[in-house]
Ligand binder design. Structure first.
Ligand code: HT7
Ligand code: ZN
Length: 875
């Protein structure tokens, strides 16, 4: 496949000023007319042809003004339309007619049907599957859209912007016209038509603009959009308060769709969502689902400024909108809930998703310089590491100067298709700082290692810091970067000490050390006692920390670091280290004892009343098997990892049983279900305790009781998952699974959970179970949520079964990918990233994974999406 390179960027020869679209939606085919108002850009070749992008299109006519054109004035293939002899100057209009089959579009890119609903997905390159266009983000135009359809099939007709006109066409047909006054790139175009219910509300902006809000759902489900609506209004208020950003249209629409490739899409004024991120009620959604809805609603809304008003010049700049918008949604969630709990969850996610990507064959810089398929660059590196880079800028500048930089960015680039360099320049200017070294974070792939050493003598503490970046698969540079290291010096009593650094060494600004050289030393003087050193507070930089700190200090920090995030980190690092060593020992036929002091620290945190329950739940959660494998790093034996984790859980469960029972039995909150942070935390803690308590008793009784007593999905699913994962062979577990299925048979989002919890059972036989699940009448490969539930459940949620010793997991997943690739390449490619850590396993598994990957790579009919992932994974 062809490689697209950043250095080849050049603006288009033509500008598109305005787009007039007519969609005639029919039950079989859809006819589209696109009238483009074009103009040659000054200084370009006056004879250059206009070359428009297409993807699998059927052309039915082309006009220049009113004149119908015939070849050789144009040349058309399904993937390209070339027009010649166009006016050398001034505006002119080209009209293009195409015919589509939305019902046959299983890729879910462009115009497709989901259930009975017509909907579009255009990012990144879906608009070219609707009509021929300069389908790239730096071509900004205003849009006017007319939609015609049967009123019975599609009483609701939506597009971007403000509604302008609507009416009857006779013969059971009607139309609506939408006008979007904000110039936008084609990837933000959207259309939805169907028989939908709606939940409405309104929002008055800070300057008094009255905005009509609407969330459209499948019929009968609009009541389940209430929390999403609440999250939307909170997001709108927050963006005004925190960033001074107001909404800019009279109407904001959201539509929930059941067949969707990703989470949601920020189309101007018409966000389209995977219904998973809209529809909730306590009976069908978990607390995790509520948090997900809040985050995604906020994220898409925040894109209105960071992505839509200021968009990307080219797709290499994806982090400009995605990293920044993730940073903004994380800050929103931190403000709405507990900041420490949110930060821990984000860092946990970063380490679980981004670190393996950055340390494996799919490694790429946050701002890549080449790609074959842009769909494959919507990654944890661009999104989550991209967000960390923005957070580091905020740390380096401080809150006030960071806000000034953001204000400048909004003021200077509103209406632009910008670059990452434009963004950084705003912070350089507003912050009065040179960020050229910092910019390396955007260009150099990989996770740097930060090594810390400490020495205490005569009231002097010396901290030695060293950074190291190894070249990985991306082959990018390894120069020293600007690493902001937030730190604290903690007294024996658990108070933050104030210590003055001696002159020289690295620059220190308040509680942040700025490491800009390969290594540096900082000396603190006049300390009455040896402090406990708490480094990388709040995970102030996305690095791997190596700090050979005394075990007693780490245990003490786990109990008394005044910084909650650092307490969690101290404890999880101790537990992680044990699990890593124990896994390596087991693989060699040995065993490693779980230091009782670490076990006691976990138990103590379960009942530490100074900590909010949500944080206690995070403290006692054992790292998952994939996380332990990452810590082991090479020659991983997943069975040894599983056994080491089980052994640690058993030790913890036995030693902590009495404490855990006491905490579990403490009266639960009374009153009706609430999704607020405090209630969520209480449920999280109780549910986290179910596991060790069930292990200690060796009995499923507690989980059955919890399942029977549950009055919400969070508790119900926690209990059922425990039963299915640990007591799978019991008849009572089967009955519980069947009862759950019967209760929710008609509820797709709950049935997804039912599929997932079976595909993720940590037993080798989960491969055969997954094979049975795809034969279930409710399994649908064409529905991405369902495909992800089973195939993704096994491939990314079940380390033990996916990496089964006989290779059956690899082969089964590869077979499913082939089938899925024919329907939906984007989703197949995403699931294929499950293979990214294959080289970290022991040699036998490596060769079995390689065989499965090679058999995939050898298929002649692979999509560009899947071939790109498979080939890079093998490289
Ligand atoms: N900007 C969106 C990314 C996206 C997408 C969404 C749905 C289907 C296909 C897609 N390709 C890219 C989502 C976001 O980051 O907000
Ligand atoms: Zn986004």
């Amino acid at each position: 496949g062809q490689v697209i390179r950043l250095e080849d960027y050049r603006p288009t020869d033509f500008a598109v000023h305005h787009v007039d679209l007519v969609f005639r939606l029919g039950s079989e085919t859809t006819e589209i007319e696109a009238r483009l108002t074009l103009e040659r850009r000054a200084g370009t070749d006056p004879a250059a042809p206009l070359v428009l992008d297409g993807d699998d299109l059927t052309l039915t006519g082309v006009w220049l003004g009113d004149e119908a054109l015939a070849p050789p004035r144009f040349d058309a293939t399904p993937d390209r339309l070339t027009l010649r002899e166009l006016p050398a100057a001034g505006r002119f209009q080209v009209t293009i007619a195409t015919r589509l089959d939305p019902a046959g579009n299983t890729q879910l890119m462009g115009l497709y049907r989901s259930g009975g609903v017509w909907c579009t997905q255009c990012e990144a390159e879906g608009f070219r599957r609707i009509t021929y266009f300069l389908d790239r983000p730096d071509v900004l135009a205003t849009y006017r859209v007319r939609v015609e359809a049967d009123r019975a099939a599609a009483p609701v007709l939506l597009s971007n912007g403000n509604p302008q006109d609507a009416g009857d066409l006779g013969g059971g047909r009607h139309f609506a016209v939408w006008d979007d006054p904000h110039p936008k790139p084609s990837y933000l175009f959207a259309l939805v038509a169907g028989d939908l219910d709606v939940l409405t509300d309104r929002f008055v902006t800070a300057s008094g603009r009255d905005v009509a809000l609407a969330i459209y759902t499948e019929t009968g489900l609009s009541a389940r959009a209430a929390y999403a609506m609440d999250a939307l209004k909170r997001s709108m208020r927050w963006d005004e308060a925190r960033f001074g950003r107001e909404y800019d249209l009279d109407i904001f629409n959201i539509v929930a769709i059941s067949d969707f490739n990703m989470g949601a899409m920020e189309n101007k004024g018409l966000n389209v969502f995977n219904h998973k991120y809209v529809l909730l009620d306590p009976d069908t959604a978990t607390d995790g689902d509520y948090a997900g809805v809040e985050t995604v609603i906020a994220h898409e809304y925040f894109h209105n400024w960071t992505g839509n008003r200021i968009t990307c010049r080219d797709w290499f700049q994806l982090c400009l909108k995605e990293g920044l918008t993730v940073y903004r949604d994380q800050e929103f969630s931190a403000d709405e809930r507990s900041a420490a709990v949110k930060r821990i969850a984000s860092v946990h996610g970063l380490k679980a998703q981004q670190f393996p990507e950055d340390q494996g064959p799919l490694q790429h810089p946050v701002r890549p310089t080449r790609y074959r398929e842009i769909n494959n660059f919507y990654t944890a590196t661009v999104y989550e590491k991209g967000a960390e880079l923005v957070r580091m800028i905020a740390t380096i500048l401080g809150a006030e100067r960071f806000r000034a930089g953001m204000d400048l960015y909004f003021a200077r680039h509103d209406g632009d298709a910008a670059t990452m360099e434009d963004f950084l320049a705003c912070f350089e200017e507003a912050g009065g700082i040179d960020l050229s070294q910092f910019a390396l974070w955007y260009h150099q792939a990989g996770t740097p290692t930060l090594t810390v050493r400490e020495r205490f003598e005569d009231g002097r503490l010396t901290l030695g810091l060293e950074q190291d970046l190894q070249r990985g698969a991306a082959g990018t540079g390894t120069q020293p970067m600007h690493i902001p290291v937030r730190f604290g010096l903690v007294s024996e009593g658990g108070a933050d000490l104030v210590a003055e650094p001696a002159a020289g060494g690295a620059e220190i600004d308040g509680d942040v050390i700025h490491l800009t050289t390969p290594s540096a030393e900082i000396v603190f003087e006049g300390l009455a006692e040896r402090p406990l050193v708490s480094v990388l507070r709040g995970f102030s930089a996305p690095v791997t920390l190596r700090f050979e700190q005394r075990q007693e200090d780490r245990l003490r920090l786990a109990r008394l670091d005044p910084d909650a995030f650092s307490r969690w980190r101290a404890l999880t690092d101790l537990v992680g280290e044990h699990l890593r060593n124990a896994s390596i020992a087991r693989a060699a036929g040995e065993s490693a004892a779980f230091d009782a002091r670490i076990v006691d620290a976990i138990i103590a945190s379960a009942e530490d009343e100074r900590l909010e329950p949500a944080l206690r739940a995070q403290m006692i959660a054992m790292p998952g098997e994939a996380e332990i494998a990452r810590l082991v790093g090479q020659n991983v034996d997943p069975e040894a990892v599983h056994e080491a984790r089980e052994a640690a859980l058993t030790t913890l469960a036995r030693r902590g049983e009495a404490t855990f029972a006491r905490v579990h039995e403490a009266p639960a909150a009374t009153g009706p279900f609430s999704p607020d942070a405090a209630a969520v935390g209480r449920r999280a803690l109780r549910n986290a305790l179910l596991l060790p308590l069930s292990i200690a008793s060796g009995s499923p009784d507690l989980a059955h009781a919890a399942f029977a007593a549950s009055d919400n999905m969070t508790d119900r699913l926690a209990a059922l998952t425990l039963l299915a994962h640990r007591f799978a062979t019991e008849a009572r577990t089967r009955s519980a699974l069947d009862a759950f299925f019967e209760r929710y048979e008609r509820d797709a989002l709950v049935i997804d959970k039912w599929f997932t919890l079976q595909a993720t059972a940590p037993v080798p036989e989960a491969v055969e179970a997954a094979e049975r699940l795809i034969g279930h009448p409710l399994f649908q490969l064409a529905n991405p949520n369902r495909a992800r539930a089973v195939i993704g459940g096994l491939a990314t949620g079940n380390q033990r079964a996916f990496n089964r010793a006989d290779g059956a997991g690899y082969r089964w997943v590869a077979d499913q990918l082939v089938a899925l690739d024919r329907l939906n390449p984007q989703t197949a490619a995403r699931l294929a990233t499950a293979f990214r850590s294959w080289r970290s396993f022991e040699p036998r598994r490596q060769s079995l994974a390689m065989e499965a990957l090679r058999s995939l790579a050898a298929r002649p009919d692979l999509s560009r999406d899947l071939a790109d992932i498979v080939e890079r994974t093998l490289a």
